[in-house]
Design a protein around this ligand. Structure first.
Ligand code: MIC
Ligand code: SF4
Length: 643
């Protein structure tokens, strides 16, 4: 039997385990990336490991999230990361150079290589044929030190694309269609591969829009073949020698196959507050809007913004709408400036934002109260925009631009004939905002610059014989890491200050949660299915750890968050019978005896002392993860194993 693309990459990087679905496999990691919001912590962890220089083929530290700099905190963190990068062999992409995933695709991504990044949208690299996965900061730190990265061998899904998109329908609409069909849980434990004739109609950045939002499916990653189009893209980036061909064998086996005829798709939008709440533009047409934002790692490429500029040319943004545009990288920005498209955008009345994540992570541009905001981004979780009752719709750049002019949801297909915007034969290459690391002989003399915003990170204790604690919080299904540890302009600057961050833990669900934790000293969180979906931020595990959370009992976990809990030494448990969830109330006292012996081995009984009942849970983790939990987290485990 032949292999899928993902199986081929896994096979060539397998250092532990066998490629049997559902079992743990260890992979050699070729490249890593970090961004600043998770990077500060990742580099503190890397330092704690005591490895002098990264062992990967390429590691890059990007600054793209915390660029508002409303106080000293962000700038201090940037300087810390820059100095660590210089000392330890990491390339540093300066603030202003662009969003990590966009820049990585342009300048560093290589087909057939493995990439992990401390950001859940790292699968963007699947657009260029990488096996690219989001991970917690500590996992990235370990990979930088040459350590193995572990995942559960996923199932393989093939999405066959046939036909060709109609004019003004775009890659964003393809992934919205996939989300509509599969839901935000549909990709859990799976790798999504794209194939079929329709693939040939999509450029690399368009493919990257699709793999980027595979994160919203909960998938381990998504991947496209590396073909002639990939070669052309790399050539235009001056990197043709990085190209290798990559395709699935004809007789490769897939666990699921989905068919999408591109010709049948129309423009769509993900309505508040989940990326899978997909509606057609036909259903929304004419509805008044307040704000439009174009950018983010999903839709800020040269082609995206050229199409936007074409639509805006000679027009004026509707007087009731604020239009903000953030190009994804300095390369894109510079090219738009040189060819005049930027002038068309400015003339229309758009507000030009820095090349950074910006409003996507709630860093400015929060909409008015109850404001309807159309965004080309990838997440519309409640409150993420910074306006608690903001109504965020995820749309394509084309839908965003026509709607900004109309002042209502509008259908770009009414523009008629498609405009042909060719992929450039040569992108503008100027890497002067990427600082290479110090040469080996100079690394010792590089001084690490640490500001007062950097506080030590919490370390867990070895697992006790019995966990006995109150249920300090009970939440429902699809809880995101944005619920657990919100971001936004007021909180994000404190990503290296866990004590301060802890004041905001679960604030979206229950503002009193941190207070209860402090009063009780320890606790358990109970939740529904797909707990911890969304961002890869390990702060969603480190902050609960700091607040004394010992175990989380839920119906099911999202992949990266489960790994982050284990790495932090918090026990992840799932109900054997989901209906037991209903029997627990907040503040019930739970006791889990014998947990040290049973964890990761067999079913565990939890006693509800308040109700006088009991129920069974599982802890579905690998043997290695069991050892990590017993040691009280990955750092303790790593220290013990090198003793
Ligand atoms: C996000 O889109 O939520 C983020 C901000 O990029 C996160 C990382 C973080 O929380 O720092 C992600 O997607 O992993
Ligand atoms: Fe940045 Fe938004 Fe992409 Fe996260 S999803 S990396 S915040 S642009």
């Amino acid at each position: 039997m032949g292999s899928t693309i993902a199986e081929k990459i896994i096979k060539s990087h397998l250092v532990e385990g066998e490629m049997v679905q559902g079992t743990d496999i260890g992979l050699r990691i070729d490249q890593t990336l970090t961004q600043d919001a998770t990077g500060t912590m990742a580099y503190l962890e890397f330092e704690a490991m005591g490895v002098p220089r990264v062992k990967t083929e390429r590691s890059v530290a990007y600054i793209d999230h915390n660029t508002l700099q409303t106080g000293f905190e962000n700038a201090d963190d940037h300087r810390f990361i820059q100095s660590v990068a210089k000392k330890h062999g990491i390339y540093f992409s300066r603030p202003g150079n662009g969003i990590c995933h966009q820049v990585h695709l342009e300048r560093f991504g290589i087909p057939g290589k493995t990439l992990i990044g401390s950001d859940s949208h790292t699968p963007t690299g699947g657009g260029i044929g990488m096996l690219a996965m989001g991970a917690g900061g500590l996992d990235v730190a370990v990979a930088m030190g040459g350590g193995t990265y572990y995942i559960t061998m996923p199932k393989m899904v093939r999405i066959n694309l046939t036909g060709k998109l109609s004019p003004w329908v775009s890659a964003k609409d393809i992934i919205l269609e996939v989300l509509r069909r599969m839901s935000v849980k549909g990709g859990v434990g799976k790798i999504i591969e794209y194939g079929g004739e329709g693939v040939k109609t999509l450029s690399v950045p368009e493919r990257a829009t699709i793999t980027n939002m595979g994160a919203e499916l909960g998938a381990t990653t998504s991947v496209f073949p590396s073909d002639e189009i990939t070669r052309q893209f790399l050539k235009a980036q001056g990197r043709e020698s990085d190209w290798v061909e990559l395709k699935a064998d004809d007789d490769a086996h897939y666990d699921e196959v989905l068919e999408i005829n591109l010709s049948e798709l129309g423009p769509m939008a993900a309505a508040p507050h989940m990326p899978d709440n997909v509606k057609t533009i036909d259903e929304l047409k004419g509805k008044k809007i307040d704000q439009v934002l174009i950018g983010s790692c999903t839709n800020s490429s040269y082609l995206d913004l050229m199409r936007v500029a074409h639509i805006l040319k000679g027009k004026t943004v509707h007087p009731d709408v604020s239009l903000g545009i953030a190009p994804g990288s300095k390369q894109v920005y510079n090219m738009l400036a040189q060819n005049g498209a930027l002038a068309d955008i400015i003339a229309s009345g758009a507000r030009i934002l820095e090349c950074a994540c910006g409003p996507c992570i709630g860093m400015g541009q929060s909409p008015n109260s109850k404001g309807i905001s159309l965004r080309t981004f990838n997440r519309n979780f409640e409150g993420r925009s910074g306006t608690a009752d903001g109504q965020i719709y995820l749309v394509s750049p084309e839908t965003a631009a026509v709607s900004a002019i109309a002042g209502v949801f509008a259908d770009a297909r009414e523009l008629g004939e498609a405009v042909e915007i060719p992929m450039p034969e040569q992108f503008l290459i100027n890497d002067n905002m990427i600082v290479p690391p110090a040469p080996v002989e100079e690394m010792d003399s590089v001084e690490i610059l640490r500001g007062p915003n950097i506080k030590p990170f919490p370390i867990s204790e070895p697992l006790p014989e019995t966990i006995s604690a109150k249920t300090l919080l009970k939440v429902g299904d699809n809880i995101t890491t944005d619920h657990i540890m919100p971001a936004g302009a007021k909180i994000l600057p404190y990503r290296s200050n866990i004590p301060y961050l802890s004041n905001f833990c679960f604030a979206v669900c229950d503002e009193k949660f941190p207070e209860r934790c402090r009063a009780e000293g320890k606790g358990i969180v109970v939740g529904g299915s797909n707990y911890g979906q969304g961002s890869s931020r390990e702060h969603a595990a480190l902050v609960p750890l700091y607040l004394g959370i010992k175990a989380v009992i839920v119906k099911s976990f999202a992949r990266i968050h489960l790994a982050n809990l284990v790495n932090a030494g918090i026990v992840p448990l799932t109900f054997v019978n989901e209906s037991d969830y209903d029997t627990i109330d907040q503040m019930d006292e739970l006791e889990i005896p014998n947990i040290r012996e049973l964890v990761g081995k067999s079913e565990i009984t939890v006693y509800n002392k308040t109700k006088g009942t009991s129920f069974k849970v599982n802890c579905t983790i690998s043997e290695r993860q069991r050892d990590i939990i017993l040691a009280g987290g990955l750092l303790n485990y790593t220290r013990e194993s090198v003793k």
